[in-house]
Design a binder for this molecule. Structure first.
Ligand SMILES: C[S@@+](CC[C@H](N)C(=O)[O-])C[C@H]1O[C@@H](n2cnc3c(N)ncnc32)[C@H](O)[C@@H]1O
Length: 223
């Protein structure tokens, strides 16, 4: 593992130990719109999935039809992808299923690289005219993967869809430039088809390599 990746992994460990303050905004967005389904790219330990489902499902009258769709490599994560995606090691698909099943909503987990699984999911959804209600994009951190995830998800957006990206860096140490969704979000901000908002609560981490400040971004179709 090269030095840059080691430093990033150290920061990710700190971030994991503290519940990010910015995540409260995801649950607020869910409570505000009570979507009937949630799609999460990057399930990791299922804690955020559990919180998102509880925030949204508690407000719907039809929990039996509430659906969570979670995408992750699960057991397919390996050392090479871990480095390329500046990632974390996820729980297994079965562990996640067992964790989320007691919430009594429909749980579907999609195992594999989202550059493969999401395009086929989006193609099928488009065929059935199933638009995305709420998506949280927080999987691989390489720009290639984030762009691919966005291309799939944006193809099934409609005027009611909310898409939240994690890992927009308001301040980035020099050696982390080129990681995360910044370049894509900056491009979408000037695209008249989209309404892009950087959500106000961010998390800041002072590290040896410099200050890291992370925000969430919400993207919707422009009206
Ligand atoms: C930052 S974690 C997700 C955290 C989770 N959303 C949360 O809020 O707690 C990133 C996850 O994305 C997964 N991941 C990384 N690259 C991926 C890829 N190319 N395809 C699918 N999953 C990927 C990792 O296995 C990891 O579980």
């Amino acid at each position: 593992m090269d030095a840059q990746v080691q430093k990033f992994v150290a920061v990710m460990r700190i971030i994991k130990d503290r519940r990010p303050r910015r995540y409260s905004q995801i649950y607020q967005c869910l409570r505000a719109t009570s979507p009937q389904s949630i799609l999460e790219v990057g399930v990791f330990d299922g804690e955020n999935a559990s919180q998102m489902i509880r925030s949204a499902a508690s407000l719907t009258e039809d929990n039996d039809n509430f659906a969570y769709h979670g995408f992750d490599l699960f057991e397919d994560m390996d050392a090479t992808i871990f480095e390329k995606e500046f990632s974390k090691y996820p729980l297994s698909q079965e562990e996640i299923f067992n964790k989320l099943a007691p919430l009594d909503v429909k749980i579907s987990l999609f195992r594999g690289d989202t550059k493969v699984t999401l395009p086929s999911y989006a193609k099928e959804a488009l065929g059935k005219r199933n638009h995305i209600k709420f998506a949280f994009i927080d999987g691989g951190h390489s720009e290639e993967t984030i762009l691919s995830d966005w291309i799939s998800i944006s193809s099934i957006m409609n005027e009611k869809s909310q898409v939240i990206f994690d890992d927009y860096y308001l301040q980035t140490p020099e050696n982390l430039k080129g990681v995360g969704c910044n370049r894509l979000i900056d491009r979408l901000s000037t695209d008249p088809r989209y309404a892009v908002e950087i959500l106000p609560i961010s998390d800041r981490f002072q590290k040896e390599m410099g200050m890291l400040e992370i925000a969430l971004v919400r993207v919707r179709l422009a009206r």
